[in-house]
Design a binder for this molecule. Structure first.
Ligand code: GUE
Length: 301
């Protein structure tokens, strides 16, 4: 069997087209586009590259886009003040503080300072709680899990009644995607197992999965022997395994690998997402969707 490849780069285009239409409508109705601020502390190369992708995409869909690049040694208080400034800025609908933050800053405190109605990452405890209680009806869903749901739905992967195994228990991916898939309703209604590095017999669990979602951050963790024939494999890992120099631009390019042994898995799985070009681009598209939603929410509340 050769798996069907679920390309995030293709699905993203459809989503961004929808967003661009929304932006035109909002400009007409409210006289301004949705506004997104990205706050980056320090110069971590991975963070810089993600943030610049977000900014580029925001431009493409016609958002007002503001960048705050703050020095690594900024005090926690100064960062909180910066967030509060945008909480009170009527032209800004979404606030994204790129994680991870430097060690001297309390991440929880930072996340809780973002106004929940502008929390387009859906990391604020209010939005995390709503996700657990209201599921897909919550105002914001975290971008990566929401992107994964879109991939499953748009590729017509059967989810209701399926056995899902999630590898990894992070607050950003593992826990929320497990919750979403567990919800009642046709798009979810799965049976979900969450495994992690402390789980005995990880391979045995994975082998039961109709849908295997891997967000462990360990390159090549999932071997083909862990995959049930015909399963849907969603690879959330974005691991920088090396660096090379572009022959075209002379710029450095990172070599990316997922958490799944992709070439081997391709022969076993029924569906698979590549890295790069899989979940990553969907994450960014869902951030744009959330920002439009944030503007609508504030206009109607
Ligand atoms: N507040 C916050 N929100 C986030 O959403 C957030 C964050 N912090 N910190 C880091 C993680 C990681 N993340 C990615 C987004 C896009 C790609 C992506 O588009 N990746 C491309 C390749 C990008 C490249 O070349 O580096 C791909 O997989 O095809 C990857 C990873 C968002 N995160």
């Amino acid at each position: 069997m050769t798996a069907k490849i679920i390309r995030g780069t293709d699905l993203r285009e459809a989503l961004l087209d929808e967003v661009a239409v929304d932006v035109l409508r909002m400009k007409e109705q409210y006289g301004r586009p949705p506004g997104l601020v990205t706050i980056l502390v320090g110069e971590n190369p991975a963070s810089l590259s993600y943030v610049s992708l977000k900014i580029k995409t925001a431009h493409r869909v016609g958002f007002k886009e503001v960048q705050e690049n703050l020095p690594e040694n900024i005090s926690e208080n100064e960062l909180l003040e910066c967030i509060k400034k945008y909480n009170n800025d009527e032209t800004i609908d979404g606030i994204l503080v790129q994680l991870p933050l430097p060690g001297h800053i309390n991440e929880g405190k930072v996340i809780e300072t973002i106004d929940p109605v502008k929390d387009v990452d859906a990391f604020h405890p209010v939005n995390v709680g709503r996700l657990m209680q209201e599921g897909a009806a919550a105002p914001f869903l975290p971008c990566t899990p929401a992107g994964i749901m879109e991939m499953l739905i748009r590729s017509e992967v059967p989810v209701a009644g399926a056995e899902v195994v999630v590898v990894g228990r992070s607050n950003i991916v593992g826990k929320p995607i497990a919750n979403l898939l567990l919800q009642k309703g046709a798009a979810a209604n799965a049976t979900v197992t969450v495994v992690h590095t402390g789980t005995r017999n990880i391979a045995e669990h994975c082998l039961r999965a109709d849908i295997l979602i891997v967000a462990a951050g360990v390159p090549n963790l999932v071997r083909p022997e862990w995959i049930k024939a015909g399963a849907c494999v969603i690879d959330v890992g974005v691991n920088r395994v090396g660096e090379s120099v572009s022959a075209v631009t002379g710029k450095k390019i990172a070599l990316l690998r997922g958490d799944v042994d992709y070439d081997a898995a391709l022969e076993v799985a029924g569906w698979i997402t590549p890295v790069p070009g899989g979940v990553g681009p969907m994450t960014i598209a869902m951030l744009m969707k959330n920002t439009v939603k944030a503007m609508k929410l504030r206009r109607t509340s």
